[in-house]
Design a binder for this molecule. Structure first.
Ligand code: CP
Length: 325
């Protein structure tokens, strides 16, 4: 990691919008040797020996929480997984009191997922630890965006000008916000397809909207990125039924055949709703990058933890705090 000082470190990673293209390129670059480590019999480096990483997940997670745990261990940090359901949070302790308690333990890195947008920014202002946003409400999921971009660069090293079609629930998706932001920053074209209730025209911004799969296929996407239907974030239904969603917007057998015929790559952040966003058989597609995304999540998160630097001064600093598009 000889170039570690070329791009100054930040204290926190709260979103993609506030990162410069140079910072993103730096993180993608330093993730490469971390992925190379996976092929070795000894997969650890001593970079964060003596540091502590606290995983603080107020919402369920499989991939992100385990990936941060593995990433921190491979950097030789000590990892504590804070189980919210077993903590004093259930007795009414406020998040700031929880953080003050954890600060007294001199944690160096706090990885946080929360259902409320902005909680990681709030915590970043109240702690000297480096804060990594592992997903906050509808707002941002920056490490998902970094691992997605890293995965795209593996198949398309010259990614600028490539086309990614994002399908599904743009409205509630922090993944869509962060991943579309990183794609746009690095010159990748982004298209969107989904029910107008979940893909409102007002949210298109730099993204090109399509009315149906035929129109989207005619655009010749290089990658189809399927989003999870997030029923837990939809108070009232945004479409008639899951069966109807699958019929109109899902990757059905017929659409999967077209994806294969045209050699389009498939991505999905997980967890996958089989039979809703995607047919079972598409899960074994040779150009599915879904498992590669999971593997690359470790390398991308190692790069993030390695790059961030906790505040060692007497004053806690705030985070960058910009919003995803
Ligand atoms: N992609 C993602 O955030 O998955 P988890 O909810 O399992 O962490």
């Amino acid at each position: 990691m000889s170039d570690e000082n070329r791009i100054p470190s930040r204290k926190d990673l709260l979103d993609i919008a506030s990162l410069s293209v140079e910072e993103i390129e730096h993180l993608l670059k330093i993730a490469v040797p971390f992925k190379d480590l996976f092929k070795r019999s000894v997969k650890k480096v001593p970079a964060l020996r003596g540091k502590t990483v606290l995983n603080l997940f107020y919402e369920p997670s499989t991939r992100t929480s385990s990936s941060f745990e593995v990433a921190a261990s491979r950097l030789s940090a000590d990892v504590t997984n804070f189980t919210v359901s077993l903590s004093s949070v259930v007795k009414g302790e406020s998040i700031i009191d929880t953080i003050d308690t954890l600060q007294a333990m001199r944690t160096d890195y706090v990885v946080i997922r929360h259902s409320a947008a902005g909680i990681p920014n709030l915590i970043a202002k109240h702690t000297r630890a480096s804060v990594v946003n592992a997903g906050d409400g509808f707002h941002a999921h920056p490490t998902q965006a970094l691992l997605d971009m890293f995965t795209i660069r593996e198949v398309f090293p010259e990614s600028a000008g490539r086309k990614v079609l994002i399908v599904g629930d743009i409205l509630h998706s922090r993944v869509a916000r962060s991943t579309s932001t990183i794609l746009n920053k690095l010159g990748v074209e982004v298209g969107v397809l989904g029910p107008s209730t979940l893909v409102p025209a007002a949210r298109h911004g730099f993204m090109r909207g399509f009315k149906d799969w035929d129109e989207a296929f005619a655009w010749k996407p290089d990658i189809v990125y399927l989003l999870r239907v997030q029923l837990e974030r939809q108070g009232e239904p945004f479409f008639p039924s899951l069966g109807e969603y699958h019929r109109v917007y899902g990757l059905t057998t017929k659409r999967y055949q077209r994806v294969k015929d045209e050699g389009i790559y498939l991505m999905h952040p997980g967890p996958v709703n089989r039979g809703v966003e995607i047919d079972n058989e598409a899960m074994t597609y040779e150009r599915s990058l879904i498992n590669t995304q999971v593997e690359n999540g470790i390398a991308a998160r190692m790069a993030v933890l390695y790059w961030l630097k906790p505040d060692t001064g007497s004053e806690a600093r705030g985070g960058a705090g910009a919003k995803e598009s």
